[in-house]
Design a protein around this ligand. Structure first.
Ligand code: FES
Length: 128
């Protein structure tokens, strides 16, 4: 039994329910003033890329997949950023081709687009 599960049982919590979505994607579309030192994802086409990803997921008729816009994910310097759950895998992406590759490789086939993946040690806000 893992430590998290053991800790939950110690508090009387029941097991987590099944996931509502098979894949849940959060794409940062946060905007900051143009002179902000950390920049922002919106200034790097994040809204267009997120809208494209959502439209492509719909066109592909992906079931139990949700492509949400999110506020700041606190890795602004690396943006546009997205995080995909339940795995908690992060990507930095730049283009519609990147989005297509993430959809095909990660969302549809369960693989990873290693060239776009972010590691906890990548520069940006410190991992918590
Ligand atoms: S503005 Fe996108 S991660 Fe902060």
């Amino acid at each position: 039994m893992d430590a998290d599960r053991s800790a939950r049982q110690d508090t009387g919590a029941t097991e987590d329910p099944p996931h509502y979505y098979r894949v849940h994607v959060f794409c940062c579309v946060n905007e900051r003033p143009a002179d902000h030192p950390r920049g922002c994802c919106l200034a790097k086409d994040a809204q267009d890329l997120r809208d494209y990803m959502k439209a492509r997921a719909k066109e592909l008729k992906l079931r139990q997949v949700r492509i949400n816009a999110s506020g700041c994910l606190d890795r602004c310097e690396l943006g546009p950023t997205m995080v995909i759950y339940p795995e908690g895998v992060w990507y930095a992406y730049r283009s519609r081709a990147d989005v297509d590759e993430i959809l095909k490789t990660h969302v549809v086939n369960g693989g990873r687009v290693e060239r776009l993946m972010l590691q906890p040690s990548d520069k940006g806000a410190p991992a918590k």
